[in-house]
Design a protein. Structure first.
Length: 323
C-alpha cells in the first residue's frame, strides 16, 4: 500500500517537473527570434560611429548656415534614435547592456513558465481537494474512505486525511493498551493534532514550490535593468565627449538604447509580481480548506474516542464520522 502511494507521488512530482522544464524550453525557442543580432563586427560598429559623428557635424554646419540665412531650423528634423531590432541596438550599446537584456529575457521566460505551470497545478489540486472533501462527507465511515484512497487523485486534503487516519489507528492502539482511558484519549488527540499540523506544513511546502524564484525575479529584475541603463548612459556620455557634440541627435540614440534595459526589467518583474500574488491567494484558499478539514476531522475523532462505542472498539473497528 505504502509502496504504491510513494510510486504515485513520484510520478506526480516527475510530471510536474517535466512539464515545467518543457514549458521553459519551449518559451526559450519562442523568444529566440527576438534576440537576432546584426551580422556586423566591431569594425562595422566603429565605422557607423564615425559616420554618425560626421553626419552630426554636417547637420550642425547646415543648421548654422540656415540660421545665418534667416531660415528657421528644426532641431528635431531627421533625428534618429537608431534602427534595427531591440537586441541589435542593445548590442551597439555594449556587451554589458546586451548581457543585461539577455538575463532579463531568460528571467521573464522562466517566470512565465512558473506562473503558467503553478496556475494549472493549483487549479487541479483545488478541484481534487473539493472532490475528496465531498467523498469524505458522503462515506459511511473513515475506514471505508481509507480503503478507497487509491480511487482519488492527489490532493492536499487527501494527504492530510491519510496522515490523520494513520495517527488515529495508532491512537486507538494506545487507548486499548492504556489503563487510564482519559489520559490515553488526551494523548491521542494531541498526537493527532500535531500530525495534522505536520501534514499541513508538508503540503504547504509542496504548493509553494518555485514561488521563491518568482519573488526573486520580481524584486531583482528592475534593479538589473536599472544597472544596464546606467551603464549604457555612461557609455553615451563618453561617446559625446569623444565626438565633442551634445546635440539631441548625438544623445538620443545612446540613451534610448540604455533605457531599453529598464523597460525589459519592468517587463520581467510585473508578470512575476502578479503571478506570485495570484498563486499566494490560491494557496491561502487551499490552506483554509485544509484547516477546515482538519478541524472537522479532529471533531469527528474526538466524538469517536469519547463515545461509549469507542470504549468497545478495536484497531479494526469502524471509525465512523456519523457517531
Amino acid at each position: 500500500m505504502f509502496t504504491g502511494y510513494w510510486r504515485r507521488q513520484m510520478r506526480f512530482s516527475l510530471k510536474s517537473e517535466s512539464f515545467l522544464k518543457v514549458l521553459f524550453v519551449v518559451s526559450i525557442f519562442i523568444s529566440l527570434p527576438m534576440i537576432s543580432m546584426p551580422a556586423q563586427g566591431q569594425d562595422g560598429a566603429k565605422k557607423e560611429a564615425v559616420d554618425a559623428a560626421t553626419h552630426v557635424g554636417g547637420k550642425a554646419g547646415e543648421t548654422a548656415t540656415a540660421i545665418g540665412a534667416g531660415e528657421k531650423a528644426d532641431p528635431f528634423e531627421e533625428s534618429s534614435i537608431g534602427g534595427g531590432s531591440i537586441f541589435a541596438r542593445a548590442w551597439q550599446g555594449g556587451i554589458v547592456v546586451f548581457s543585461v537584456l539577455l538575463i532579463l529575457v531568460l528571467a521573464s521566460v522562466l517566470s512565465w513558465a512558473i506562473v503558467i505551470a503553478k496556475r494549472m497545478y493549483l487549479k487541479r489540486i483545488a478541484g481534487s481537494s473539493e472532490s475528496f472533501t465531498k467523498s469524505f462527507w458522503e462515506s459511511r465511515s473513515l475506514n471505508e474512505l481509507n480503503g478507497r484512497l487509491a480511487d482519488h487523485p492527489y490532493s492536499p486534503v487527501k494527504e492530510v486525511f491519510r496522515t490523520g487516519y494513520a495517527e488515529l489507528v495508532r491512537g486507538n492502539q494506545l487507548k486499548e493498551q492504556s489503563s487510564n482511558l482519559q489520559m490515553a484519549i488526551s494523548a491521542a488527540m494531541e498526537n493527532l493534532g500535531r500530525a495534522l499540523q505536520k501534514a499541513r506544513r508538508t503540503e504547504r511546502r509542496q504548493m509553494e514550490k518555485y514561488l521563491p524564484i518568482l519573488a526573486i525575479i520580481a524584486s531583482v529584475s528592475p534593479f538589473i535593468g536599472l544597472f544596464g541603463t546606467v551603464w549604457g548612459i555612461m557609455g553615451s556620455f563618453e561617446g559625446i565627449a569623444r565626438m565633442g557634440s551634445a546635440s539631441l541627435a548625438a544623445v538620443a540614440p545612446g540613451i534610448s538604447e540604455a533605457l531599453i534595459a529598464t523597460a525589459f526589467g519592468l517587463a520581467a518583474a510585473i508578470p512575476a509580481v502578479i503571478g506570485y500574488n495570484l498563486a499566494n491567494a490560491r494557496i491561502r484558499n487551499l490552506l483554509g480548506t485544509i484547516d477546515s478539514f482538519s478541524s472537522d476531522f479532529l471533531n469527528i475523532v474526538e466524538r469517536y474516542l469519547v463515545s461509549d462505542r469507542a470504549k468497545k472498539g478495536t484497531v479494526d473497528g469502524e471509525f465512523s464520522h456519523r457517531s
